[in-house]
Design a protein around this ligand. Structure first.
Ligand SMILES: [Zn+2]
Length: 287
């Protein structure tokens, strides 16, 4: 449910400002990102009446034109091509177990000076982060937040040990090549945004630095726990969304979360329930 509301929020804001929308489904991990999952996202959005201008409209279109594993070489070539001459990527051989010791903390720089060849198999690639690498994330809702990269993540990974490009790299390159100028995401990703802004600087991708960010609070249940698609009770399938009552529930949850209220048609009538995404958009435009 959380992801659906986030998508609806993005749609409402973009449409209210006559913006174009790109649907991007991150599928770096082929094993975890099954076909049903991709198809499910597309169908769920369609069932809610959310449309988009760019990106796949079906599983087959996603697979032929947008699937990220088809572009791994492109991402890694761009990393090498765009990396500023003063920047350094180094190889890290730390096992997951070794890194586990630092879990939740920034990478301590164990392999920074080991001189391990990048061509070695079974190594990840990390961006060398100097001390005092500060990044300011400027957000519509949250204002300016400053992050010290050494503190939040240290030398972050740009290519994983399994040779798959890191999420930050892929996300940044995709946003850049699609000329994204507004990024709407949950506030749990603020540190990711800081990392991506840092990477953009190091790769001279000015476009991303000029993008605007809007990071919203996450939807919580009554007990204050974050809702995500992994929480069974709120996981909705496209076929659930075919039911009027389920769609209404999603729209009502959204209004509650966004602090919007439907107006009663007349004094004696109860407040109307939103039935379509367009009704929510109209409500948003009245503010
Ligand atoms: Zn290491």
């Amino acid at each position: 449910m959380g992801n659906l509301l986030s998508a609806l929020h993005t749609w409402v804001i973009a449409r209210a400002h006559s913006g174009s929308i790109l649907l991007r489904i991150d599928d770096l991990d082929v094993d975890r990102c099954k076909d049903e999952f991709i198809e499910g996202i597309i169908e769920q959005l369609q069932a809610l009446g959310i449309d988009w201008d760019f990106g796949p409209s079906s599983l087959s279109e996603h697979k032929s034109n947008y699937s990220q594993p088809n572009h791994f070489t492109y991402y890694l070539n761009e990393l090498q091509r765009k990396l500023g001459p003063e920047e350094k990527v180094f190889a890290c051989e730390c096992s997951r177990k070794q890194l586990g010791k630092f879990e939740g903390n920034a990478y301590s720089g164990t392999c920074r000076d080991k001189g391990i060849p990048l061509t070695d198999s079974d190594v990840s690639w990390r961006m060398l982060i100097e001390e005092n690498s500060k990044i300011i994330v400027s957000d519509f809702l949250l204002g300016e937040r400053e992050y010290d990269l050494r503190e939040i993540c240290g030398d972050y990974i740009v290519r994983r040990r399994d040779q798959i490009p890191a999420y930050h790299l892929v996300s940044l390159l995709e946003d850049t090549r699609n000329q994204i100028d507004l990024v709407i995401r949950g506030e749990d990703l603020l540190e990711s945004t800081a990392t991506q802004l840092d990477l953009a600087k190091r790769l001279n991708l000015e476009q991303f630095g000029k993008a605007r960010f809007l990071q919203h609070s996450l939807l919580s249940d009554e007990k204050g726990q974050k809702l995500s698609k992994s929480r069974g009770s709120f996981a909705l399938l496209a076929k659930d969304l075919a039911e009027d009552s389920t769609r209404k529930r999603v729209f009502t949850e959204y209004l509650k979360w966004a602090g919007l209220k439907m107006r009663a048609q007349s004094k004696n009538q109860p407040k109307a329930q939103p039935e379509t995404a367009n009704e929510i958009l109209e409500l948003f435009l009245e503010i």
